[in-house]
Design a protein around this ligand. Sequence first.
Ligand code: GDG
Length: 727
Amino acid sequence: MSRCLLVSNRLPVAFNSKLNTFVQSSGGLVSAIKGLDSKKVGFDIEWIGILTDEIRTEKLIELNENPIGNIPCHPVIVPKKIYEDYYNLYCNNVLWPLFHYERNLVRHKTAGWEAYVKVNRIIADAIVERVKTDDVLWVHDFQLLLVPGFVKEKLPGLRIGFFLHIPFPSSEIFRELPEREEILRSLLSCDQIGFHDLSYLNHFRSSIHRILGHLSESEKMWGVYPISIDSEHFNILASENETMNFIERYQQNKKMMKWILGVDRLDYIKGLIQKLKAFKTFLREHPEEREKVQFVQVVIPSRTDVPEYQLLRDKIEQLVSNINGEFGSPAWMPIYYLYHSVTEFELSALYQLSEVLFIGSKRDGMNLVSLEYVMSKKSSHPGVILMSEFAGAHSTLSYAMSINPWDTNDTANKIKEALTHPEVKKRNEMEAMKKFLQGYTSSDWAKAILRDLVWKPKKEEISHLLPEDGKFSWMRELKGKRILFFCDLDGTLAPISPHPKDVRLPGQTIELLHAISDKNNCEFVVISGRDKEFMEEQFIDHDFNIPVAACHGAYVYLPKDHNWQGLIPNDPTNWKEKVMEIFNLYTKRTPESFIEDKGHAITWHYRNSPQDFADFLASKLFFELEETLSNQPVKVNRGKKVIEVKSMHANKGYFVQNWIQNLKSRPDIVVALGDDTTDEDMFVSIQDRKDIRPYCIKVGNEKSHAHYFIKDQGSVNIFLRNFLVSL
Ligand code: GDG
């Protein structure tokens, strides 16, 4: 079995320095993951998480010698002060409230972000040290959003999946985050991203579109995978002796009362205030139910040192006591309020004894309590779930009764409905939901995700990032060999500029190109999507002694001929007129957009236009062109803020193949270097050739057919300098 390194902020145990001992970690993520069964998932899972440096060495040894549960755990030690700033100032004060739509609770401090970057970097470095060639990496949740990007910088070939346990907010909210670009770019470096709910994926997509522009390539690898639980564990737990003892004890006090149960961590996202208000309205509107119903609300202490949480606790307790004071009697207390955690046996007993489970979350990634309730129920005592439509579990539990926690009156009526729901219906509905969860456990959830992460056929070679010294190991082979080098211009030799016409080759690059072209054993060819005129300005007017190809290889300029040659036949059809007509209509409507006619290709540019509007029109334009030109010998491409229609024959792949074909003698080595989707055509065309040794290099960390990567355009010159020295 392959190994999966699973990384999360927490491990299943935390270290309590006051007690000098390990304590169980709480929370939904840990509770779902610790139930994973490696055999069922199909991967040897190992868990990496954080412990702070207050832990003593002997305790660490103890942890290594006595693994917790089934999954081997590897702590990464982080200095306590940095951890606190990362966790409190950024995770809890910025990401948690913002992702749950609580913008007024966001408190942004530079120190928080700095610590967040540091901790994510520490984790990433620890992963890079530990990871082996065939491993996959599975990063979890909002605390580690930068880890994928940091790891990919060092190991671009490693398969990385990311799962978000909380909602991804609407782009209207997300775009308020100052660090939005760093976060999105890191996530985009993943091979796969998973969410609990389709709405979160849609919000993520629109954030990508609005903030970074359209990136359709990676969309295929985003998925919706609602989490589940260790169903069998809850099923067994329901009949354990200890659970039965709790049931017996409570049953005596319960009398003939119906129980409405709430189990929530103390958190503003769980909608506890709204729940209590709805229960109060229910008691007022339905006096006939008084003394027949009891609301048992378990609140698990959480983030007890944070003022917002202390305030929330005070408010809840105030409201509980108001309701008990207003409606209670010596014989009946409407709300049993428990502010402490309970054992899993007691929890199972509470699930089994209650007639209604009340989930009132204002926002909740999934909500595992509701799933556990279903699996704990026996057919002799079914129940009803009142489920907030703002929790991810709303989509999984098909027979739960929907509530809008903000609609107090309607929720109060739904409480009444739930209490009077017919017994047979309750039983059938609960059984149907239970059957679903028996067949879809947390191990099935993990299996589905990891299967999608690795399903693509494995690359023959692992990818390599240009090392800091600027030398790939294969560059040692170059001396004395005949080398052919194809190189792209924009984004590769020259930096991208907001105005394409302003792009210029940097001085150092010019020097390097002259020096390389003077070498006898290397033929250097520049191939670009630009038109002939632009290429003349950049190369020919500067007396470069190198062949230059324009318009994706439709034209080539050979220095010895002092002339351009057309390499592809003129199309007999009039597709250009049609395209011009359509492009003109869109250009008129889109400020700052413009058309570039390159001969065998026409491009509509919109990189300086209002983003959302232009992206929207670009999608429409793309479909319109594909429809209109379906019978024409052209290809419609959607690139970085451009839509391009080009003749089928204007293709960097064809150009490269023809060039090699027409050589008198084969080169030993062919190098191809580029950053854009059109460069992939040339990578594909040489990658599998057996008669030459191909080295394809991608600039940037997007998905590519290349096996070698250079981090960004700014690092290309260091590579060229070393290439020159190696010749
Ligand atoms: C995050 C997302 C998402 C609670 N109190 C006790 C106790 N628990 C256990 C429950 C359940 C877990 O803690 C809580 O899970 P939730 O899903 O309800 O909530 P979060 O902690 O906010 O988790 C959430 C989850 O990640 C997973 O992706 O569903 O939306 O916010 O397992 O049983 N267990 C015991 N005693 C307690 O007092 N034994």
